[in-house]
Write a protein that binds this ligand. Structure first.
Ligand SMILES: [Zn+2]
Length: 281
């Protein structure tokens, strides 16, 4: 499932591609993708002829901002298996056929090609939000908070008895971290995944904040993580390379990169978790 670094990778590519361009057409193909859209004609009308002024992100949500006086954004949430893919072909060569499970397509004025939303499991969504009214349940963006206010990040970690890994996964507290990077953050911070947040010392809470920034930034630099299911690829269909540098996630039995003891696997909050018993206290 794409997490913050994967969504950020797509955001950067999409911003380079479509900011300043006018939307020409929107095809609503998959009903599930548009399950929140009551007025389908109104949805298309709200998008067509609008110019993309920015591509933003909050947590795992991509937000295509449209020009205008009121901040209106197209929310694209990839969820489990959603992919945004740019299809283009040089000259007069026809575009390659749309993949199975293409649920939405958007085109832009004076751009040869189309933006496709492919989502086999159909948990992904497209909808419009004005002033982010639909995103009010989300906590602060994990990367932004880790870079702008580590003391506040540490306060959030210490504010609950919830174990630190499920705490990092709770999008209402901080938004963007998922199962892969939560393991990596706890390892880098040297904190046991099942330690209640409120039991951590202040330095340990600050290490969680620091590690969140480091882990997410490093993963973005490597283009995110593509697992063996290949469900995440970037806008141009390329896999990310961050999986090669994971220290503990999905590495049960392999030596810990710090102490060489075997990495262990457990289940916490119903999710697989990986950790080093010696390095994480
Ligand atoms: Zn270790």
């Amino acid at each position: 499932m794409p997490e913050l670094p994967e969504v950020e990778t797509v955001r950067r590519e999409l911003a380079d591609l479509i900011v300043g361009h006018q939307i020409s057409t929107v095809e609503m193909i998959g009903a599930r993708t548009f399950r929140r859209v009551d007025d389908r004609d109104g949805f298309v009308r709200a998008l067509v002829s609008r110019t993309v002024s920015a591509v933003n992100r909050h947590g795992k949500y991509l937000l295509v901002e449209l020009d205008g006086l009121v901040r209106t954004e197209l929310v694209i949430h990839l969820r489990m298996s959603g992919q945004l893919l740019w299809a283009a072909s040089p000259g007069d060569v026809p575009l390659e056929p749309r993949p199975l499970h293409t649920h939405a397509v958007m085109t832009f004025a004076a751009m040869a090609g189309e933006l496709r939303f492919v989502d086999p499991r159909t948990f992904g969504e497209w909808y419009l939000t004005v002033e982010r009214a639909e995103l009010g349940h989300l906590g602060p963006d994990a990367l932004h908070l880790a870079e702008s206010d580590q003391a506040e990040f540490a306060r959030i970690v210490g504010s609950t008895r919830t174990a630190v890994k499920p705490l990092l996964l709770d999008q209402r507290r901080v938004a963007g971290v998922g199962n892969i990077y939560a393991d990596e953050i706890c390892f880098l911070a040297g904190v046991r995944i099942d330690r209640p947040g409120s039991s951590l010392s202040k330095p340990a809470r600050l290490r969680i904040a620091q590690a969140t920034g480091e882990v997410l930034r490093a993963a973005i630099e490597r283009g995110g993580t593509t697992l063996s299911d290949a469900q995440y690829v970037d806008l141009y269909g390329n896999a990310g390379a961050a999986g090669n540098s994971h220290a503990v996630h999905a590495r049960a039995g392999e030596p810990c990169p710090r102490c060489s003891r075997a990495v262990e696997r457990t289940v916490i909050g119903g999710r697989s978790a990986y950790f080093c018993r010696r390095c994480q206290k």
